[in-house]
Write a protein that binds this ligand. Sequence first.
Ligand SMILES: Cc1ncc(COP(=O)(O)O)c(C=O)c1O
Length: 388
Amino acid sequence: MPYDFDQLIDRRPSNSYKWNKYPLDALPMWLADMDFASPRAVLEALRAKVEHGIFGYEQPSAEHLEVVCERMWRLYRWRVTPDQITPLPGLVRAMNAVCRAIGQPGDGVLTHTPIYPPFLSAPVRNQRALQTTPLTLVSDGPTFHYEIDFDAFEKAIAPSAKLYFLCNPHNPGGFVFSRDQLTRLAEICLRRNVIICADEIHSELILDGSAHIPLAAIAPEIASQTITLVAPSKTFNTAGLACGFVIAPNPKTRATILAATEDDIPWINSLGLAAALAAFRDDPDTDEWLASLRQYLKENRDTLVECLTTQLPDIQTTVPEATFLAWLDCRHAGIDGDPHTFFLEKAKVAFNDGKTFGPGGDGFVRLNFGCPRSRLLEALERMKEALA
Ligand SMILES: Cc1ncc(COP(=O)(O)O)c(C=O)c1O
C-alpha cells in the first residue's frame, strides 16, 4: 500500500522525546527516530495484540527467531540459526551487556570516532577502558566523507583491548563499509584476538545502490569472533517498542552475553515482539512501504545536500549512503560558540550536538532528515536566515 510520507503527524501529544525536549518553537531535527507512521503490517499486529487484552510476561516464540533468521538469509544470504539469537529490549542495552560479557574490568574497548554516543558511554559504564581511533575526514569540496586508516587502527589496539565496536552503516558518518574495508578490519581483529561487536541497526536504510554486507557473513572465522546487533526499530520506526536481537554464532561468546543480561535486563516488551515479527516477516506490502521510504529519504537527502552546497556552502555535509542522518561540519560557518546552541537559539532548530559524538565531533551537528520534506525545507530556511 503506498504511504504518504509528506503527511504531517503531530507527535507532541505522544510523549515523543524528540518533539518535547526542546522549546515548542524549535523544530526537532535531532534524535534518531522518524516522523512517519510504521507500515500497515506493524500497525495491524499491534492492534491485534491490544485487542487480545493481556500484556503479561512474554518470551520470543520459535517463530520470532525463525523470522530473524529468514530475514538475514533473504536480504544477505547470511545463514543464522535460532539458537544464535538473544533478543533484548534494545541495542543500547545490548552494547552494555556485550561490554560486560567480553573481557574483564579495565580491559579496552576500541571504536572509531566520531560515533553514536552510547559507543563511548557503554564501555565506561561497564568498567572498561574506552579507546578511540579517528576516522579520516576527506573533503570533497562542499561535501566530505570518511575513510579508515588501517595502520592507525591497528596501532590503536592496545594490548588490553578485547572488543572493537563497529557501526555499519555508520552513525553519524552515513557511510556503508565495503567488503574490502570489513575484511581488513576483521583480519586485524582476528590477528589481535579482539572480538568485534557490529551494530548493524541501520542496515536496511541504504539509500543508494550499495549493498549492506553483514560483517559476520564474510567468513566463518569472522562470524565466530563477531557479535552482530540487528533490530527493526530504525527501518520501521518502532524505537519506542524496545526490541533488538544479538546474533552470536560462537557458543562461548553467546553464553557470556546471556550471563551478562540475566540479572538486570528486563524481558522484551510484548508489543515490541509483536511489532518485530510483523516488520521482519516476508510481506510484499511491507517491502513496498520500505522501498518508498528509502526513495523518500534519498530525495530528502538530495534536497538537503543541494540546498547546503548551493545556499550554505560554508557548512560542509556528508552525502549519506545510508541512514536518515546527515553530519554537518559547521567549523567554517563563522558561528560564535558551538553550532548546536547557535542553531537552537538563533534558528530555532534542534540538532544533535557533535561534541557528544566524541573526538572529531566538535563544531559539527547531526541532522535527522527522516521527516516530511516540508519540515526539512523549513529547517533549512531557518538555518539560512540565522546565518544571513
Ligand atoms: C547505531 C545505533 N545503535 C543503536 C541505536 C539505539 O538502539 P536502541 O533504540 O535499540 O537501543 C541507535 C539509535 O539511534 C543507533 O543509531
